[in-house]
Design a protein. Structure first.
Length: 86
C-alpha cells in the first residue's frame, strides 16, 4: 500500500465513521449504538470472510471506529448543552 493511499484511507474512514455514526445517533436517539454496530460489522466481516488483517488494515479500521466514537461523543455533548433536536 502506498503511503498516500494509507493517509487518505485513514482520513476517509474517520470522516465516514463520524458522519454515519452522527446520522444514526440523530435518527435513533441512541448515543453508543453506532459504535456497537460498527464494531459488529468489522468483526463480522473479518470472521465471515476469514480475513487476517495486517497492520495497515487494523490502523484504518481503528480510525473508522474512532470516528464513530467521535460522532457519539459529539451527540452526547450537544445533548448535554441542551440541543433538543439531538
Amino acid at each position: 500500500m502506498n503511503v498516500l493511499q494509507f493517509a487518505v484511507s485513514i482520513v476517509l474512514f474517520a470522516v465516514l465513521g463520524f458522519g454515519i455514526g452522527f446520522i444514526i445517533n440523530m435518527v435513533l436517539r441512541t448515543t453508543w449504538l453506532p459504535v456497537v454496530i460498527a464494531l459488529g460489522v468489522i468483526v463480522g466481516t473479518l470472521v465471515y470472510n476469514r480475513i487476517v488483517p495486517n497492520v495497515f488494515d487494523v490502523v484504518i479500521l481503528t480510525c473508522g471506529l474512532l470516528g464513530t466514537v467521535g460522532g457519539g461523543w459529539t451527540i452526547h455533548v450537544l445533548r448535554k448543552k441542551g440541543y433538543r433536536m439531538f
